[in-house]
Design a protein around this ligand. Structure first.
Ligand code: BTN
Length: 321
């Protein structure tokens, strides 16, 4: 319905009355109003004047594949860039394309995901104004490297956010970027592999860029660059910066992080030095996160002083959502 109303407004350069819209689309005036409200929340600027109706005067700035391609000077990330208006999930779309033989470096981004996926089978709410994309890579590495790939991606996004906005973004091990104690970005890495070699990885990244408000259930835990800076960012420019940093992070990861990079990663990792509780299956470990190991595992010292290497599962960090 929303798209039909939008199409009617786009077709006419002038006002379209609410009555006309309601008659031609066979819905109530209230339904027309609700959809106009939803379109405004997506960034469309729609004037409304009593007795004349609605007029479209501005559109949200959408991702522009041409512009991104033209500005990108990357090597590993962005060999092909696909921008979709809507998709079930960019991870799913990338996996479909990878199965059909797409080349390493493919990026699929979408304005809207109807079934955005989070970790542990959760849903990822993909409100308008966010940046949702997945990178497909075919590194010649054994499957154990998957968690380090997620960490390298988080490192790249974190550096991009810091450089582009000046905000004090940090990494919450293993796959979130946070500002203060709220989540800004989540990463979901999926993989297809043989026993000893990765076929492809799909690194799905969701960043809350220009989101003005979150649903009630995540309002306390989530933030966006708009909420932190008070201004709307040019998503194309920001995306280009993120992709550049991801390209550098991918190259560094493949070459093996230098001591300086490892040091920088640690200084950006908000989990280190905090009390954590990790759960995998029915085993729970509580203690202090003391480091991130070379292979990406979190090193946790429990209250008896014993060290544990934790490689995935749920992590609760004291003081962060
Ligand atoms: C998490 O924090 O649980 C991970 C969230 C990952 C969300 C991104 S949005 C782009 C890509 N497509 C998806 O369906 N999920 C990832």
């Amino acid at each position: 319905m929303k798209n039909k109303i939008l199409a009617s407004l786009e077709k006419s350069n002038d006002f379209v009355s609410g009555e006309e819209l309601s008659k031609s689309l066979g819905v109530s005036r209230t339904a027309v109003w609700k959809n106009i409200k939803a379109l405004r929340e997506e960034g469309y600027i729609i004037e409304s004047v009593t007795n004349r109706g609605y007029r479209l005067t501005g559109k949200p700035s959408l991702l522009d594949a041409e512009r991104i391609r033209a500005s990108l000077d990357t090597n590993l990330v962005g060999t092909d860039i696909v921008v979709l208006r809507t998709v079930d999930s960019t991870n799913e779309e990338v996996k479909r394309r990878a199965r059909q033989g797409s080349k390493s470096g493919l990026i699929v981004a979408a304005e809207e995901q109807t079934m955005g996926k989070g970790r542990i089978g959760r849903e990822w709410s993909s409100s308008a104004g966010g940046l949702y994309f997945t990178i497909m890579l075919r590194p010649e590495l054994p499957p154990e490297n998957i968690s380090s790939i997620t960490l390298a991606a988080g490192y790249g996004v974190c550096l991009a956010v810091r450089e582009y906005t000046g905000l004090d973004a940090k990494i919450k091990w293993p796959n979130d970027i946070i500002i203060g104690n709220k989540k800004l970005c989540g990463i979901l890495t999926e993989m297809a592999a043989q026993a000893d070699m990765i076929d492809y990885v799909a690194v799905g990244i969701g960043i809350n860029v220009n989101i003005e408000a979150f649903p009630e259930n995540i309002r306390e835990k989530a933030t966006s660059l708009y909420l932190e800076t008070g201004r709307k960012l040019d998503r194309n420019d920001f995306f280009i910066s993120v992709l550049r940093h991801l390209d550098i992070a991918a190259a560094a990861f493949l070459a093996g992080f230098t001591d300086a990079e490892n040091q920088e990663f640690r200084s950006l990792c908000a989990t280190i030095g905090r009390r954590v509780q990790t759960t995998k299956g029915n085993i729970t470990i509580e203690g202090e996160a003391v480091d991130v190991c070379e292979n990406g595992e979190l090193l946790v010292r429990d209250d008896t002083g014993e060290l544990h290497k934790v490689n995935s599962g749920e992590v609760l960090v004291q003081g962060i959502y």
